[in-house]
Design a protein. Structure first.
Length: 372
């Protein structure tokens, strides 16, 4: 147990991060909804007494996704050669998350495979729903920010140069604010290639840095301190930790096997480091309550729910209850964030457009006066 919990991932060097960024390819993972459907269907087949291999062969025949069909064929072939179902799943990490593999492995001992598969499907579905909530919340602000950038670029590149040509042709003095805008527009146009090169270099540099352990850790630490985002990050990370640990314990997976999977499933590097540091104390038999309390990354309410669950023997149910509580908090945080960001971005775009419009109207009046 001690050896299992003390394993830490090897840190990625800068050279490895550069190669990873330059050779990046889109993920080839199977969609979560397909694995959710698979787990539910397999659970139903097992519950009525149909052999696992027969069920998976049926899924392979009906599958419209060629990649998923090949995975089913490979899983059946592995089982026919004597492999366990969990080991067959474990060879396809692009389809089956580690938590599903370990839950199935525990079910192979306890004999409740149908229940565990249904529980695994619910777990994947909840995680997918949580990610979708965050993505949906960020969609509108991103659209507004992109719109503001496009409008500003269009004004600087296409509109302002026409005013500059007009003032030059009429030999009229340019008003102060408009003169500044025209100077800025001229600078952008004359240094466009250099600015684009700098922007691309900055994007590549940031991308490489974020692929290093230090870069990702610093970004995750920043998210824990940014207004609006800190509460949402803490709630989502706590919900993910409690949900994963609770579901695996409820499925009968031993804590020695559960804890490393839970750590790997936590995305925030600050939380992950704290949980990794707590592993030796947990392995030494101190339980889970005190080591987690010493990490100082969880709120007192979370720690107390874990303490009560550990003392009463209902740790799995308390963790799931804690996860449900933080899922509700995450919904509230998301609504709060979008409620602040959406009007703020709209006002920001309005200020930019309004400022440029007023400046142009003032310049037109100035131009008309100068022409007279």
């Amino acid at each position: 147990m001690d050896q299992t919990l003390s394993i830490a991932p090897r840190k990625r060097t800068l050279g490895e991060a550069v190669r990873a960024f330059l050779t990046y390819q889109p993920s080839q993972k199977v969609k979560p909804q397909e694995i959710i459907l698979f787990c539910r269907q397999l659970s139903s087949f097992v519950r009525v007494g149909i052999p696992v291999t027969t069920a998976i062969r049926t899924f392979a025949e009906q599958a419209t996704n060629s990649k998923l069909r090949q995975i089913y064929v490979d899983v059946v072939a592995d089982i026919d050669r004597g492999a366990r179902l969990s080991d067959a799943f474990g060879r396809h990490t692009n389809a089956f998350p580690p938590i599903v593999v370990d839950m199935v492995r525990s079910a192979e001992v306890s004999g409740n495979l149908d229940q565990v598969l249904r529980q695994a499907a619910k777990h994947i579905e909840r995680e997918r729903a949580a990610r979708q909530k965050i993505k949906s919340a960020m969609t509108y602000p991103v659209i507004i920010a992109t719109l503001a950038f496009v409008i500003a670029t269009g004004i600087v590149v296409f509109v302002l140069p026409q005013f500059r040509n007009l003032y030059d042709s009429l030999h009229v003095k340019t008003p102060g604010i408009m003169a500044g805008l025209l100077g800025f527009s001229a600078f952008i146009q004359s240094h466009a290639l250099l600015l684009i090169a700098i922007l691309l270099a900055a994007v590549v540099a940031v991308g490489v840095w974020l692929r290093t352990d230090d870069g990702r850790y610093r970004l995750d630490a920043l998210l824990l301190h940014l207004p609006l985002f800190s509460g949402m990050t803490k709630a989502s990370t706590t919900e993910r930790f409690c949900r994963t640990l609770g579901d695996m314990l409820a499925a009968g997976v031993p804590i020695s096997q559960t804890y490393p999977v839970v750590i790997a499933n936590v995305r925030n590097r600050v939380f992950r480091k704290a949980l990794t540091d707590a592993a030796p104390a947990l392995a030494a038999g101190r339980g889970i309550y005190r080591p987690l309390q010493e990490t100082a990354v969880f709120s007192p309410s979370v720690v107390q729910m874990i303490r009560v669950g550990e003392e009463t023997g209902h740790l799995d149910s308390n963790l799931i209850e804690c996860a449900d509580m933080h899922e509700e908090e995450l919904d509230y945080r998301i609504k709060k964030m979008t409620g602040v960001l959406e009007p703020a971005l709209i006002v920001f775009v309005g200020v930019i457009v309004g400022f440029v419009a007023i400046t142009m109207i003032t310049s037109i009046y100035s131009l008309a006066s100068g022409f007279k």
